[in-house]
Ligand binder design. Structure first.
Ligand SMILES: Nc1ncnc2c1ncn2[C@@H]1O[C@H](COP(=O)(O)OP(=O)(O)O)[C@@H](O)[C@H]1O
Ligand SMILES: [Mg+2]
Length: 329
């Protein structure tokens, strides 16, 4: 039974179609990443699942009940994007306050707060005022708040936005620990490099439409392109391979060979071994999630060859960054 499931989920804000026929499933214990540039519809989808946004069409289920029902909401935690805590609180007093709102008895709150702040690495600073915290610490406090009632599913909306690399790594580690504890995590992000490191499966939204979904390994597979390295000092037989219809291109210390659809790399290996060459490296190439993302949102025109394509790719990437997609350099 999936923990989260939507089918043909659509949402309009007057004339803006924020989501169009989005179908996804998240299984228990997964870290699921929803990606897309600003305005793609990520926050809207989470808000629908949590019952914050209403008047949608299609199906949306959370923990086996229709999205928005109180019995499901009690079992989820939520870190909203761009949240702000009153900064006169300390981490400890803030959790104490929220715990009170949740109706958690005082003794329980006193016991639970340091425990959760330990989980997010804030225990030592728990009596400092929030105004002295870095952005990363505030985000970790936000996660602590989302964990207070020990939820089964945790929604994190852009948890690493505006956080420096060390802070981002800390947040990643928290997510890893939550996964180990059996929690399901739904992560909204426009930071593809981040997502690539942590998510089991991802979906890419573009203008409310899901354009890709799958596990990271499959999505980033670069089918049919191999990188081959020979033992030191051996010449790569480029011309010999060309005679057999294989074009090899140098990539630093390795050689890249693309083979035709449905073919195997074995004949290339046989050719190299037949010439007495020692193969030290052979791997099927992967593309980064960012490559995939850029290729899907801005498909390459046919017939553009490599050097030109590289330049174009660089331009697309720069544009994408300026629109807030991808890793910030
Ligand atoms: N409350 C709202 N009223 C009107 N339009 C909205 C509202 N919330 C979001 N939108 C629009 O819906 C689209 C999707 O927004 P959002 O879900 O916030 O995207 P994301 O989280 O991917 O950046 C955007 O075009 C946004 O301007
Ligand atoms: Mg958003």
């Amino acid at each position: 039974m999936p923990v989260i499931e939507t089918r043909d989920l659509s949402k309009n804000y007057r004339r803006i179609q924020a989501l169009k026929d989005v179908s996804l499933r998240v299984e228990k214990g997964e870290i699921y990443g929803l990606l897309g540039q600003n305005g793609a519809g990520k926050t809207t989808l989470v808000k629908i699942l949590l019952g914050i946004t209403r008047n949608w069409q299609g199906e949306a289920r959370l923990l086996d009940v229709t999205a928005g029902r109180a019995e499901a909401r009690r079992r989820v935690g939520y870190l909203p994007e761009d949240h702000r805590f009153p900064d006169y609180h300390s981490a400890a007093s803030l959790l104490e306050f929220y715990g009170g709102l949740l109706g958690v008895p005082r003794v329980e709150r006193r016991r639970r707060s340091p425990e959760i702040l330990e989980t997010v690495g804030l225990r030592e600073r728990m009596h400092y005022k929030i105004r002295t915290y870095s952005k990363g610490m505030k985000q970790r406090l936000g996660i602590a708040q989302a964990l207070f009632h020990d939820p089964e599913v945790i929604f994190l909306d852009e948890p690493t936005d505006g956080v420096d690399p060390i802070g981002r790594r800390e947040i990643r580690h928290i997510m890893e620990r939550l996964k180990e504890a059996g929690k399901t995590i739904f992560l909204n992000s426009h930071l593809l490099g981040e997502v690539e490191k942590i998510c089991d499966r991802v979906a890419i939204l573009q203008k409310g439409v899901m354009i890709q979904e799958g596990d990271i390994a499959t999505l980033t597979e670069h089918k049919g392109t191999f990188l081959i390295g020979l033992a030191a000092g051996q010449m790569f037989p480029v011309e010999e391979l060309a005679k057999h219809g294989y074009q090899a291109t140098r990539r630093d210390d390795l050689w890249e060979i693309a083979i035709a659809d449905g073919q195997e790399i074995d004949p290339v290996v046989d050719l190299l071994r037949g010439k007495g060459l020692g193969i030290r490296h052979l791997v099927e190439k992967r593309q980064s999630l960012e490559d995939l993302f850029l290729a899907t949102v801005a498909p390459a025109e046919p017939g553009v060859d490599r050097p030109g394509k590289r330049l174009r790719d660089d331009r697309i990437q720069r544009e994408a960054r300026s629109r807030g997609i991808g890793e910030k350099p």
